[in-house]
Design a protein around this ligand. Structure first.
Ligand SMILES: Nc1nc2c(ncn2[C@@H]2O[C@H](COP(=O)(O)OP(=O)(O)OP(=O)(O)O)[C@@H](O)[C@H]2O)c(=O)[nH]1
Length: 460
C-alpha cells in the first residue's frame, strides 16, 4: 500500500517496546524519536510531527501502569495520525436517481483526465449511470485521450472537437446527459498553472455555468508539501469540495501531500496509485492509518463486503454453504464479488497482518488475471456442473477447456481449488450453526472471502 515504508518504520520503532524490555522514560523518548524520524522521512510537515509526538507524550503519563505499552502507544499513534488526516468534514455523497455533476480541476499534468476515468470506472462498477465530458479545449489531444479511455471502459462520452469555448461544451454536455438520466456526470477541465489567471478565470466560468454538485481538486502527490499552496489557490478560485491525490505509487514522501492537504480541511476522498483504471484507493483517515500500520480495518472490510454482496439475494447460496456445499457456482459468485471490490490490495490490507503475507507474493494484476481466467472457465460449464449435480469427467474437462480456450491443467486446478474451499468451509461451518444474526452472517462471508483471497495470493 501507499507509504508502506512509513508504516514499517513506525512498527520497527514500536517493536522496541516489547514486554521483555525494561521500560523507562528514556526508552519512551527513543521510541518517539524514531517515530518522529519516520514521519519526517515521509515528508510530513515538521510542525505536525512535533505536535503529534507532544500529544503522545502528554497522554503517556501513566504508561508505566499499562500492561501492553506497545499497544497503548500504537493506539495513540493511530489516534494522532488520524486526527491529522481527518478534516472532520463529510465529502459530498452522490444522490441516487439524480444527475450529480462532478467537475475536476487541477494543475497541468496532475492526472485529471486519468483520474476522471478512474472515478467514472469506480462508480460505474458500483452500478451508477456514469458519463464523461471533455471540457479541455486547451491541450491538443485531451479530447482523443478521454474519448479513447471512455470507449475502453465503456462509458458514454461527450466532447466537441470544433467548439473552442469550454463553457459551451460543459453546458451542452451536462444538458445532453441530464436528459438521458445519467447519475454521475463528470467534467474534465483544462490543466492550469497557478500563474495563468486566464485559465483560472475560464475555470470559474465553467463552474458558474454548470454549478456542479461537487468540485474535485486533483493534485500530484509527488509535489509533497507544495501541495498546500496549490490546494489553497484552487480553493480560493472555486468551491473545492474534496481532493484526490495522484501518483502516490512508490512515492516514499507521499506523507507531505497527505498532511499538506489535510491542512486545507478539504477531505481527501481517493488516492491515485498507478496509471491503470483500477489504481484508485478510497481514502478514509482512520482506515488508512490502521492499514498503514498493518493493524487491518475490519469495519471497512465488513462494509466493503456488505456493499458488494447482496445478502438477501444470496440466501440460497448462503444456505448451501452453511450445509458445507461449496459448489463451483458459489466460487463463481465469490469471484465476481471480489472483482467488484475494486482494489484487491486495498481490501487485503484491511485484514490485520495480511500486509506482510501479501508482500512479495503475486501482483494484483496477476490475481485479477487468475480470477478472470477462472470465471472464463466457469462460463463454459453447464448449470449441472456448476451446481455439483454432475461429476466432471475427463470428456467434460476437454469440452470445458476447449470452450474456454484455457489449458486443461487450469480447469483441473480450478476444480481442485473449489474442493479445497469446500473442505475448509465444512470444517468451520459447524461453529456457526447456532447463529443467524446479520453480523455473524456478514462475518462468515468475510471469512470465506479471506480464504479465497489468501489462496489467490499464493505463488503458483
Ligand atoms: N504513476 C501514476 N501516474 C499517474 C497517476 N495518475 C495519472 N498518472 C499519469 O500522469 C500523466 C498525466 O496524466 P493526465 O491524466 O494526462 O493529466 P492531466 O492533469 O489531465 O493533464 P493536463 O490535461 O495536461 O492538465 C499520465 O502519464 C498519467 O498516466 C497515478 O496515480 N500514478
Amino acid at each position: 500500500m501507499v507509504l508502506n515504508d512509513l508504516g514499517k518504520k513506525i512498527n520497527d520503532a514500536l517493536s522496541n517496546l516489547n514486554k521483555d524490555y525494561h521500560f523507562d522514560k528514556q526508552l519512551l523518548n527513543k521510541v518517539l524519536k524514531d517515530i518522529q524520524l519516520a514521519l519526517l522521512q515521509s515528508d510530513i510537515n515538521v510542525k505536525y510531527v512535533k505536535q503529534l509526538s507532544d500529544n503522545i507524550l502528554q497522554k503517556c503519563n501513566n504508561i508505566e501502569e499499562a500492561v501492553n505499552k506497545k499497544k497503548l502507544i500504537q493506539q495513540l499513534v493511530v489516534q494522532e495520525l488520524t486526527k491529522m488526516l481527518d478534516p472532520k468534514k463529510q465529502p459530498f455523497s452522490l444522490k441516487s436517481g439524480k444527475p450529480n455533476v462532478v467537475m475536476f480541476v487541477g494543475l497541468q499534468g496532475a492526472g485529471k483526465t486519468t483520474t476522471c476515468a478512474k472515478y467514472a470506472n469506480y462508480w460505474k462498477k458500483k452500478g451508477w449511470r456514469t458519463c464523461l465530458i471533455c471540457a479541455d479545449t486547451f491541450r491538443a489531444g485531451a479530447f482523443d485521450q478521454l474519448q479513447q479511455i471512455a470507449t475502453k471502459i465503456r462509458i458514454p462520452f461527450y466532447g466537441n472537437r470544433t467548439e473552442t469555448d469550454p463553457v459551451a461544451i460543459a453546458i451542452e454536455g451536462v444538458k445532453t446527459f441530464q436528459k438521458q438520466n445519467f447519475e454521475v456526470i463528470i467534467i474534465d477541465t483544462s490543466g492550469r498553472h497557478m500563474q495563468e489567471s486566464e485559465l483560472f478565470d475560464e475555470m470559474k466560468q465553467i463552474y458558474s455555468a454548470v454549478c456542479p454538485n461537487e468540485c474535485i481538486f486533483v493534485m500530484d502527490g509527488s509535489n509533497g508539501q507544495a501541495c498546500l499552496n496549490q490546494a489553497q489557490a484552487f480553493k480560493k478560485a472555486v468551491d473545492v469540495g474534496s481532493v484526490i491525490i495522484t501518483k502516490l505509487d512508490g512515492h516514499s514522501k507521499g506523507g507531505g501531500a497527505l498532511s499538506a492537504v489535510a491542512a486545507t480541511e478539504s477531505p481527501i476522498i481517493f488516492l491515485g496509485t498507478g496509471e491503470h483504471f483500477d489504481d484508485l484507493e478510497t481514502f478514509k483517515a482512520e482506515s488508512f492509518v490502521k492499514r498503514l500500520l498493518g493493524l487491518g480495518d475490519f469495519k471497512g472490510m465488513i462494509e466493503t463486503v456488505s456493499e458488494v454482496i447482496d445478502l438477501e439475494s444470496q440466501q440460497q447460496n448462503i444456505k448451501q454453504i452453511a450445509k458445507g456445499q461449496f459448489t463451483l457456482r458459489a466460487l463463481q459468485q465469490n469471484y465476481k464479488s471480489i472483482l467488484k471490490m475494486g482494489s484487491l490490495n486495498q481490501f487485503m490490507s484491511m485484514i490485520p497482518g495480511m500486509q506482510n503475507i501479501i508482500q512479495g507474493q503475486i501482483s494484483e494484476k496477476e490475481q485479477i488475471n487468475k480470477i478472470k481466467k477462472s470465471l472464463t472457465i466457469m462460463d463454459s460449464m453447464s448449470n449441472d456442473e456448476l451446481d455439483g449435480i454432475t461429476q466432471i469427467t475427463q470428456k467434460q474437462l476437454f469440452r470445458i477447456s476447449k470452450g474456454s480456450g484455457q489449458p486443461i491443467e487450469n480447469v483441473k486446478l480450478l476444480i481442485d481449488e473449489q474442493k479445497t474451499f469446500a473442505k475448509t468451509l465444512k470444517k468451520i461451518m459447524p461453529s456457526m450453526k447456532d447463529s443467524d444474526s446479520k453480523t455473524k452472517r456478514n462475518a462468515k462471508k468475510v471469512d470465506g472471502i479471506n480464504d479465497l483471497l489468501q489462496n489467490l495470493f499464493k505463488k503458483q
